[in-house]
Design a protein around this ligand. Structure first.
Ligand code: ADP
Length: 258
């Protein structure tokens, strides 16, 4: 089975987010976020810790319910958070987007294969035999076929994260959301995970990636968004953002981490 996204590079707007606002108590974490992604494109979201990057991903996935903002996605999905969206619309959004988490979030009491087939069989109604066959093919692709029946604690961080990626792919989403997928890994394990992500990008998957791996962003992103204080301060092609950032806050951030 190929990892290939069925219709890459069509120019179709796959996701549109406008006016996203979220506060935790009196702390305004998102103060009006607008972004959109065309099918087959890779957006990388960078910015200091606490700037709201994870909250943007979680709001797109319906894991966080913001006070305001409209998220539209392929297939006629429209969630208007200010208008108390129906649960079924949030579930539809979640079904079309799949999240890869910083700490993998694998179910500890399930084997690798059980982790991967859980969503397809329990949420999407895929037959177990078919889900297993697809999961095995995906595991093969990321070099983890022999880990099929082990438990998460028996995996290295890099292996666990590749299982996390396979689990997201098994849902056949339109959009892959990556929340700092390599920041919990030992440095020598980062490369394997980034290599899988690069392969997915090359194959036309649509991806929104939060990461501090600027070399990856430079190589893989179509567009880089710099966030600070709950707003997108600057956006553009990687070579522009990294070599000639216009905004002082972007310059300071890059200066600190480069
Ligand atoms: P980033 O991903 O850029 O580090 P986050 O989106 O994780 O930023 O967090 C933005 C801010 O929101 C931080 O100050 C964080 O402490 C706060 N925050 C995130 N989730 C919660 C929550 N569930 N309750 C209270 N504050 C939160």
């Amino acid at each position: 089975m190929s990892l290939t996204n069925p219709t890459p590079g069509s120019g179709e707007k796959l996701l549109d987010v406008s006016g996203l606002r979220k506060a935790f108590g009196s702390h305004e974490v998102l103060r009006g976020i607008d972004l959109s992604i065309e099918r087959g494109r890779v957006l990388v979201l960078i910015g200091p810790s606490g700037s709201g990057k994870t909250t943007v991903l979680r709001s797109i996935n319906g894991l966080e319910i913001p006070e305001a903002g409209v998220v539209t996605a392929a297939g006629g999905i429209r969630v208007d958070y200010a208008a108390k969206p129906a649960k079924k619309d949030i579930l539809a959004l979640r079904d079309r987007t799949a999240m890869v988490f910083q700490h993998y979030n694998l179910f500890p009491h399930m084997t690798v294969i059980e982790n991967i087939i859980e969503g397809p069989t329990q949420v999407q109604g895929v037959k177990k035999a078919q889900a297993i066959a697809e999961a095995e093919a995906l595991l093969e692709r990321v070099g983890l076929a022999e880990k099929r029946d082990v438990y998460p604690f028996q995996l290295s961080g890099g292996q666990a994260q590749r299982v996390g990626i396979v689990r997201a792919l098994a849902l056949k989403p339109d959009l892959l959301l990556f929340d700092e997928p390599t920041s919990a890994l030992d440095p020598e394990l980062v490369g394997d995970v980034l290599a899988v992500m690069k392969e997915l990008a090359d194959e036309g998957w649509t991806m929104l990636v939060v990461t501090h791996e600027l070399a990856f962003a430079r190589q893989v992103a179509d567009e880089v968004l710099f966030m600070d204080g709950g707003v997108i301060v600057e956006r553009g092609a990687p070579r522009d953002i990294f070599t000639a950032p216009r905004e002082e806050r972007t310059q300071q951030f890059l200066h600190r981490i480069l």
